[in-house]
Design a protein around this ligand. Structure first.
Ligand code: BG6
Length: 514
């Protein structure tokens, strides 16, 4: 597949966003010297300034426990941009204008006085930088502080601005189960309007995930086939080669269902399964996504036993290098029953998808880092070519979310020669080759969307709760049968537990090898 030069850079954006320019604003980062701020937030904001997507009337206030001066904070952040930005470079001129608007406020998130100091600093910044009362609070702190920070902001009168807008970005994890997610929503909604809340899911900022909407709804040829009549099954693979990366303590209480499936994977899944939205605005798109998720069949203990598989990696090798098993990682119990791999089979009980299974797998320390959606079409209704078709698989459409972003269509083609032999060939579209541009970091796009007041790519309240509602029976069943887990049951560097292959084989299907 070749892309024509006339294609607009990103139709989704062109229609929704680029017509609007970002208004002046102050971004307040809670947890300003934390890992996320250093690795993602500051480099993303710097890039936005570099690309001139933010106005000159822009400021950053970093909040953190460690006391430091504005200059010390600026120096640290410069080092972070150098280390973590894609280009590993800093343009001095851009940096100077970026850093000028950067301040640091030593603070304790639970201390009301700090919010008074913040209010004062915001007024100062508004005078000095002309940010016009528009305020974006980014909560990049431990999840137990989300509700407290919002409460304190409310008490200090900071959730409203007389002059401009106030928005709050809340990081993941959004709750640890259905109950805590509900409580968190309730807590923050006491001080904020749903329209002010931006629950971030960085998977929605990935270019290819957004392209799913364009691919499905800007083309006339796919949508008519996007249903039970033509599609046999759908596979979503989210494979990582990394392990728990020093986050053993967090991961022990989480596992892959909490860490990846109920949020990131379900977001992607809902974009695959949803109906066309009436319009490309935040409410219409999110209405369709939640409608699809409402049609997702609930898990019962029986379904968990027969249609889901859990796994945990043992020692193995990644890229030829030996790596320890999960139970040997720091912060992990030697008899841990936390799953690092899960396969869950989803069904959507609606007209479009009735009878079409969606197989989802996500895991750490798998053979390859890849996230993809594979749509497996049904076989041609009549086998005209008899045995020549023996080695041919039914058509597949593969949407590669990462890495090597693109779309591949597998079709049957005749092998040149006098004899009719048929083989699978790929029709390929690659972002790199077709557009020749570096794809923007997810955080860049999402932060800019928030500044623009566009929450299409953020999780709405109902979606966060529905995600948890769906996975709770899986967590409960696995929690209750820890002893039967049979862990570790896959080798690091493999494609996961044997049982995940058997599950599909028993249904006459098989996992794609990405
Ligand atoms: C995070 C999870 O949300 O997503 C991590 O907490 C995971 O465990 C990461 O590694 C994966 O993100 P990406 O963008 O690298 O696929």
């Amino acid at each position: 597949m070749q892309t024509a030069e006339t294609v607009v850079e990103n139709p989704l954006r062109a229609g929704m966003r680029l017509e609007r320019t970002a208004e002046p604003c102050a971004v307040v980062i809670f947890g300003a010297s934390g890992d996320l701020a250093k690795r993602k937030l500051i480099p993303a904001l710097y890039r936005l300034v570099q690309e001139r997507l933010l106005p000159a009337e822009f400021a950053i206030i970093g909040l953190g426990r460690t006391a430091m001066t504005d200059d010390e904070y600026r120096d640290r952040m410069k080092a972070s941009v150098l280390e973590f930005s894609e280009s590993k470079q800093v343009d001095e001129e851009v940096w100077q204008s970026f850093a000028q608007g950067m301040k640091f406020l030593p603070s304790n998130i639970e201390n009301a006085e700090c919010y008074q100091a913040l209010a004062k600093m915001l007024e100062e910044v508004e005078r000095e930088r002309g940010t016009q009362g528009n305020r974006l609070f980014y909560l990049s702190v431990a999840p137990e502080f989300y509700a407290e920070a919002v409460r304190q902001l409310g008490a200090a009168g900071l959730t409203k601005s007389e002059k401009g807008w106030v928005r709050v970005i809340i990081e993941k994890p959004f709750g640890t189960d259905l109950e805590s997610a509900r409580q968190l929503n309730q807590g923050i909604l006491q001080h904020l309007d749903e329209k002010q809340i931006y629950r971030i899911d960085h998977y929605l900022g990935k270019e290819t995930v957004q392209n799913l909407l364009v691919f499905r709804f800007a083309n006339g040829i796919f949508e008519p086939m996007w249903n039970r009549q033509y599609i046999d099954y759908v596979q979503i693979t989210n494979a990582e080669t990394v392990g728990v990366e020093g986050r053993g303590g967090y991961y022990e209480k989480s596992g892959v269902v909490r860490d990846m499936i109920q949020n990131h994977v379900f977001q992607v899944l809902s974009l695959v399964a949803m109906e066309p939205p009436a319009a490309l605005n935040a409410e219409d798109v999110r209405d369709e996504k939640i409608k699809a998720m409402h049609a997702a069949r609930a898990f019962t203990p029986e379904r968990v036993r027969t249609e889901c598989v859990r796994g945990q990696y043992g020692a193995g090798a990644i890229g030829g290098k030996p790596v320890p098993g999960y139970r040997e990682e720091t912060g992990v119990a030697p008899d841990s029953a936390t799953e690092t791999y899960a396969l869950v089979t989803m069904w959507f009980d609606n007209w479009r998808w009735s009878g079409v299974p969606f197989y989802i797998r996500s895991g750490k320390r798998l053979s390859k880092r890849v996230t993809e959606i594979a749509i497996q079409f049904k076989q041609a209704p009549h086998q005209l070519f008899g045995t020549a078709m023996e080695h041919v698989t039914p058509n597949q459409l593969i949407i590669r979310v990462q890495p090597d972003e693109g779309i591949t269509m597998r079709v049957a083609a005749k092998v040149p020669g006098q004899v009719t032999r048929i083989r699978d060939v790929n029709m390929d579209f690659r972002y790199g080759a077709s557009f020749g541009v570096q794809l923007a970091e997810a955080y860049e796009r999402l932060i800019l969307d928030c500044i623009l007041g566009d929450s299409t790519l953020y999780a709405r309240k109902d979606m966060t709760e529905r995600g948890w509602e769906l996975v709770m029976p899986i967590l409960e069943e696995w929690g209750a049968s820890k002893a039967e887990a049979d862990f570790p049951n896959y080798e690091a560097g493999s494609w996961g537990p044997e049982a995940s292959f058997r599950l599909l084989e028993a249904q006459g299907r098989k996992w794609r090898r990405p």
